[in-house]
Design a protein around this ligand. Structure first.
Ligand SMILES: NC(=S)c1ccno1
Length: 241
């Protein structure tokens, strides 16, 4: 997968794109990560990327030209079979979820648009962008941190990135439920013991215990995730306990 990020602050991505799992994935060639400073696509002597809003009002609005030309410089140079997804990170966007991460992980080329200032010229939304995503109902200083969140969530799903393919499958939300409790050595820590079931070696019983724990944890912490779902017989039993 190729990921390009349109930003006025490329340095913000240096750590994310060079360290830990994303850095390793980049080194293994599993994902190509680039930043493009769309200020480089301005043509006026002040390199303006924003301007005052028509109709007045406070704040500045990102101009369409630099972003259109920056994105088009990519799509013209990268003759991909399919047009890339151009993703605008903004509070008005669709709420980002694990399901959306799984959908985006199937794409070959993603372009993220990270804005600052008060907003974007509407023509960017109407004619350049394919998706608008929000990581939550709050306002940040820009789209860079949300883009990092989405990139991390998508890239970890790419084959070979995590190394242990199964771990992404059992993560919270991937199963539709929150993840079950995890334990590792020591078997007893300050009097807090690992549940006996996990030491039993009885894999079927362990699987059942984990399914139950996932269901009960979801029921307790995120009942909204169960709304509209038809509970299985075992889930109904656990719910009644
Ligand atoms: N909530 C999101 S994605 C955002 C972007 C900029 N400010 O908030």
């Amino acid at each position: 997968m190729r990921i390009d990020v349109m930003t006025l602050f490329p340095a913000m991505f240096e750590g994310v794109f060079s360290s830990s799992i994303l850095g390793k994935a980049k080194d293994k060639g599993l994902v190509e990560l680039n930043t493009i400073n769309f200020r480089d696509y301005t043509k006026d002597k002040h390199n303006s990327v924003d301007d005052y809003p028509y109709g007045g009002g406070g704040g500045m609005v990102l101009k369409p030209e630099p972003l259109f030309e920056a994105v088009e410089s990519l799509t013209d140079s990268v003759k991909t079979e399919a047009m890339p997804r151009v993703i605008l990170m903004c509070p008005q966007g669709e709420k980002f979820t694990q399901k959306k991460a799984e959908e985006l992980s199937k794409e070959s080329h993603l372009i993220f648009v990270c804005g600052h200032y008060e907003g974007y010229d509407e023509r960017i939304r109407e004619f350049l962008v394919t998706d608008e995503l929000s990581i939550g109902d709050y306002v940040l200083t820009g789209g860079e941190l949300p883009a990092m969140v989405v990139i991390d969530s998508v890239a970890r799903l790419l084959p070979g990135v995590l190394g242990n393919e199964t771990s992404a499958v059992t993560d919270s939300f991937s199963t539709g439920l929150l993840e079950y409790p995890q334990y590792t050595r020591p078997v007893s820590f300050r009097g807090m013991d690992v549940p006996d079931i996990l030491l039993s070696g009885h894999h079927l019983n362990i699987e059942t215990w984990r399914r139950k724990q996932s269901f009960l944890r979801t029921l307790e912490r995120r009942p909204d995730m169960l709304e509209g779902l038809e509970l299985s017989k075992e889930q109904m039993k656990w719910k009644q306990e």
